[in-house]
Design a protein around this ligand. Structure first.
Ligand code: SF4
Ligand code: SF4
Length: 371
């Protein structure tokens, strides 16, 4: 068992406004401090001899000091990967190519793709975003940069599991990752919800895809697990996650999600304590969570969600929005949808009217999310 990677959620800024997004758009986007990232990188190297860093967001490249973050990573001998929506990837690539070390340390570009067709993908994300991903993928292919396509499955795209795998193969993806949508706590969950039996069917189909297609297929922790006692990589202490405020928290699925319960998923703020101290607190949270899981599994007559969806149970335990057979439960986030033309109520009114398609953004509109 070893700490295999650190993940920094570097910013909440994003050009898009996907229906399943877990950011809280009501609050001003936060950016993780570069100096904190540098300090954590040094500490993780000294404490754990860590070697790999993941960058997520928001759209990580919108962090005002993104390229300095990349330099801090590669200059300390880490490899890295980044999760991107593919918007203006040409600009990101140009900046990465300014310093060979940036691309040399890059292990993978993870692009989000939520449908096998522009219609499905753009309806969940934004009009024109499918095309952005296709352009980004072509640029990666042209430069032999490895890329992964990651799909967040929900009721609106679950029918396309096989088509997406076919597309990933045609595009030359190095990996294909199926994620399972986590509830946002907003009205948008109603259109994303699937009952437990449908998730399990989706998992069977993913397993068949893995057997049939050449592309390497992985799936996220969120989906169903055959074994009721599943140790995720956080519980195994192989992965630490830092949110944009500098908190070491349980995992990315908990970060910034409204919490109605007494338990906190935050081990500590790295502005106020060392990585070693925060890690000790993290270990206590993990220990209590595993203990609670074992207690639960000893109970008779568990429902499917509690028995086979350990992440969903984990979110429920910490008082966060979680799926049930009927829909979503837990605190209602009721997040206003904002940013530019994404004014509060805009999507809601479109959902009510059945018109999910949003206006096409010009390239200027989607050039950056900086405020
Ligand atoms: S790409 Fe979509 S899901 Fe990702 S941060 Fe932006 S709005 Fe949220
Ligand atoms: S939600 Fe809980 S069980 Fe799932 S990956 Fe995060 S820490 Fe692990």
């Amino acid at each position: 068992m070893a700490l295999q990677r650190l993940t920094f959620h570097v910013t909440d800024r994003c050009q898009l406004n996907c229906d399943h997004c877990l950011r809280d758009p009501e609050t001003k986007a936060k950016d993780l401090d570069l100096s904190l990232i540098e300090s954590v990188l040094d500490q993780a190297k000294a404490l754990f001899e860590s070697t790999h860093v993941g960058l997520t967001g928001g759209e990580p490249a919108l962090h005002p000091r993104f390229y300095e973050i990349v330099d801090a990573i590669v200059d300390r001998g880490y490899t890295w990967h980044v999760v991107s929506n593919g918007e203006r990837f040409d600009r990101m690539l140009q900046r990465l190519e300014e310093r060979p070390a940036r691309l040399q340390g890059l292990k993978m570009l993870n692009f989000s793709l939520d449908g096998a067709t522009p219609e499905t993908h753009d309806a969940i994300r934004e009009q024109g975003s499918f095309r952005s991903v296709m352009q980004a993928v072509s640029l990666c292919r042209a430069r032999s940069i490895p890329f992964l396509l990651q799909i967040t499955l929900n009721a609106r795209n679950v029918d396309e599991i096989e088509e997406i795998a076919l597309l990933a193969g045609q595009l030359g993806a190095d990996k294909l990752a199926y994620n399972f949508t986590q509830p946002t706590g907003t009205f948008l969950d109603a259109a994303l919800h699937l009952p437990a039996s449908e998730w399990k069917r989706a998992m069977d189909r993913i397993n068949r895809v893995r057997d049939v297609f050449k592309v390497s297929v992985i799936h996220s922790e969120v989906g169903p697990h055959e074994e009721p006692f599943h140790m995720c990589e956080m519980w195994r202490q192989e992965h630490l996650h830092v949110d944009p405020s500098g908190n070491l928290n349980l995992c990315c699925q908990h970060a910034g999600i409204p919490n109605a319960g007494p338990l906190s998923d935050i081990a500590g703020n790295l502005h106020e304590m060392s990585l070693g101290q925060a890690h000790r607190e993290f270990t206590k949270i993990v220990h209590h969570t595993i203990e609670a899981r074992l207690e639960l599994l000893a109970e008779p007559g568990l429902n499917e969600w509690d028995k086979h969806f350990s992440c969903n149970w984990c979110l429920k335990r910490f008082g966060k929005p979680h799926w049930t057979e009927e829909g979503v439960a837990g605190p209602n986030a009721m997040r206003a949808r904002w940013r530019g033309r994404w004014t509060p109520g805009y999507k809601e009114s479109h959902l009510r009217s059945g018109a999910l398609h949003l206006p096409v953004l010009s390239s200027d509109d989607r050039s950056d999310g900086a405020e």
